[in-house]
Ligand binder design. Structure first.
Ligand SMILES: [Mg+2]
Length: 224
C-alpha cells in the first residue's frame, strides 16, 4: 500500500540496522569462522549470516523471533555463536549509520520521535548516549518498557501514547520484518530500510508501505 504521508504525525525508529550499524569488524571475524558452514547458510552468504548473528547476540529478544529458522542454525553453529559472544571484546562501541544525525535534526521540528527497539535498556541508553541522540526522542521503548516487544504492537502503542497521537498516525521505521509486523499490528504505517539485515523483497512481503536505502533518505520521502 502506498504511504499516506498526510496521515503521519509521529515517527518510531528501530535501533539496530536502522540507526546503529553493526560492528563490521566483528562481523567479518565471525564470517570467517562461519565460512565452513556456507552450504547451509541462507543465500550461502557467511557475511550476511554473521551480521545477523552479531545483531541477535546484541538483542536477546530477537533470538525468539525466528532467528534459528532463518539461519537454519543447528546446535553446533549456535554453540559457535555463544563462544564468539564470550570472546567478544568488552569495549564494544556502536557505529552510527551515515546521515542519521542530520536526518533526525531535519525531522525534529515536524514530528515527535520515539525509539522502538528489542534491545535492552542499558544497550539502548549506551547507544543513544554515545552519539548524543537522546535529545531527539520523546520516548524510548526498549525490550523492558512493555511486557511484550516487537513483533507485538505493544511498544508502538506505548510510543503513540507518549507522543499523544493515535497509533494509526505513527510511522514505524525499521530494517527487518519484525519492525514491519509490529507496525502493522499497531495499525501504523511502516517504512523498511535496507541499511540493516532485511531484504527488500521480504520487507515488501511483510507489508512495508515504503522502502528506503536508509533513514538518511526519510526527510526527502516525507517532504514529498
Ligand atoms: Mg533492526
Amino acid at each position: 500500500m502506498p504511504l499516506d504521508i498526510s496521515r503521519i504525525k509521529a515517527l518510531c525508529f528501530d535501533v539496530d540496522g536502522t540507526l546503529s550499524d553493526t560492528d563490521d569488524q566483528y562481523a567479518a571475524r565471525f564470517a570467517r569462522l562461519l565460512s565452513p558452514f556456507t552450504a547451509i547458510l541462507p543465500h550461502r552468504d557467511p557475511n550476511k549470516a554473521a551480521r545477523w548473528l552479531v545483531m541477535a547476540m546484541e538483542s536477546p529478544a530477537n533470538r525468539l523471533f525466528g532467528l534459528p529458522d532463518r539461519l537454519g542454525l543447528d546446535d553446533e553453529l549456535h554453540r559457535l555463536g555463544e563462544w564468539l559472544h564470550r570472546e567478544r571484546p568488552s569495549n564494544h562501541h556502536f557505529q552510527l549509520i551515515d546521515g542519521i544525525q542530520a536526518a533526525l535534526e531535519t525531522l525534529r521540528p515536524y514530528y515527535p520521535m520515539t525509539i522502538v527497539t528489542a534491545r535492552g535498556p542499558r544497550g539502548t541508553d549506551a547507544f543513544l548516549q554515545q552519539f548524543h541522540l537522546r535529545q531527539y526522542f520523546a520516548g524510548v521503548a526498549s525490550s523492558q518498557t512493555t511486557p511484550r516487544t516487537k513483533p507485538y504492537p505493544d511498544p508502538i502503542l506505548w510510543s503513540a501514547a507518549q507522543t499523544n497521537v493515535d497509533p494509526h498516525e505513527c510511522l514505524m521505521i525499521g530494517d527487518t520484518t519484525v519492525d514491519i509486523r509490529a507496525g502493522r499490528a499497531a495499525g501504523s504505517q511502516t517504512v523498511g530500510v535496507l541499511s540493516g539485515f532485511g531484504e527488500e523483497s521480504e520487507l515488501i512481503a511483510a507489508g512495508a508501505d515504503a522502502i528506503l536505502p536508509s533513514v538518511a533518505e526519510l526527510p526527502h520521502l516525507l517532504a514529498k
